[in-house]
Design a protein around this ligand. Structure first.
Ligand code: NAD
Length: 282
């Protein structure tokens, strides 16, 4: 493990454009359960998974009823307002502050990267603290809308202040497309990076799980549809930090896996980078 941490530190220092991808695993040490880990919400309660798959269909059919049900049922992930970032989140924000990490793409909806100080964050699956217009994609802090009052006054669903379109939670449900702005920006980052640090994701949820594959195919001289491309050929290093191997490990998409907790491995990588930099500066 120590050798891999040293290797990751050296790879990050060499990278010209490093990005990070994160999933639910990075937030488990903050007390938010993941879905598919051994202690995951769906591993323990498969019925919740079925209901999650139905949510978007309900919204499309009847947004008012969807909002009424959402406001009267507990959040699947619990109360996120009092959850704090853990050392894994802080290590990634430190890597950005050091100028090493250029962008962070997260599947998490918990806002913990932003709270930890990361600035260039793409919330691939949205953000639990925002609402999004399904017509024009405008986002609003959820706190700007008194949803309980709107419900009491029978004025649900909430409406966009720019185009009067219907607002839903910003979080992306199953069978809902990734908002075009975030999807395009994320693909561009995957095509541009020369290092991808993937932390705490089972890498089975698509299209997010395609991002490492896009980076790998590009570095093999393949375009995203597996055709040979005469341009865009440059190497990429793909590192996973995860509690267990994933399809990216098994299919050889990642170069290596550092198996362990993100809250321990990521700070150890930062410490190693600081040590190497300290040596080179003296
Ligand atoms: P997942 O539940 O499918 O997989 C999590 C992975 O992280 C597993 O492989 C697990 O073994 C690993 N893991 C758990 N704790 C870890 C730790 N401390 N260190 C290292 N690895 C650890 O999660 P996913 O791949 O992100 O996909 C789930 C979907 O559910 C995502 O789309 C996400 O939006 C959503 N989700 C979000 C949150 C959140 O916002 N915190 C929580 C649960 C689910």
């Amino acid at each position: 493990m120590n050798e891999l941490i040293e290797r990751a530190a050296k790879d990050l220092l060499k990278a010209r454009y490093a990005i990070a991808l994160t999933g639910a695993g990075i937030s488990t040490e903050s007390g938010i359960h993941d879905f598919r880990g051994p202690d995951g919400i769906w591993t323990k309660n498969p019925d919740m998974e079925r209901r999650a798959y139905e949510a978007y269909g309900k919204f499309k059919k009847n947004p008012k009823q969807y909002w009424e049900e959402t406001l009267s049922s507990p959040n699947m992930l619990g109360d996120l307002t009092s959850v704090l970032p853990n050392p894994g989140h802080y290590a990634l924000s430190k890597l950005e502050e050091m100028g090493i990490l250029k962008c962070l793409i997260t599947q998490n909806i918990d806002n913990l990267h932003e709270t930890a100080g990361s600035r260039r964050v793409l919330d691939y699956h949205g953000n639990a603290f925002k609402l999004r217009c399904v017509r024009c994609n405008a986002r609003y802090p959820a706190a700007e809308y008194d949803l309980t009052k709107l419900k009491a006054e029978d004025r649900l669903p909430p409406r966009c202040k720019q185009c009067n379109g219907v607002l839903k939670e910003d979080i992306v449900h199953f069978n809902e497309s990734i908002p075009a702005d975030v999807a395009e920006h994320s693909n561009t980052e995957a095509l541009r990076c020369d290092l991808m640090l993937i932390c705490g994701t089972s890498a089975v949820v698509y299209p997010f799980a395609n991002l490492p594959r896009i980076a790998r195919q590009r570095s093999l001289g393949l375009s995203p549809d597996f055709m040979y491309s005469p341009v865009e050929t440059s190497t990429v290093t793909i590192i996973e930090v995860n509690a267990e191997p994933t399809p990216l490990t098994e299919d050889g998409v990642s170069d290596y896996l550092i198996q362990g907790k993100t809250g321990e491995v990521l700070p150890a990588i930062v410490r190693e980078i600081e040590r190497i930099k300290g040596i080179s500066e003296t």
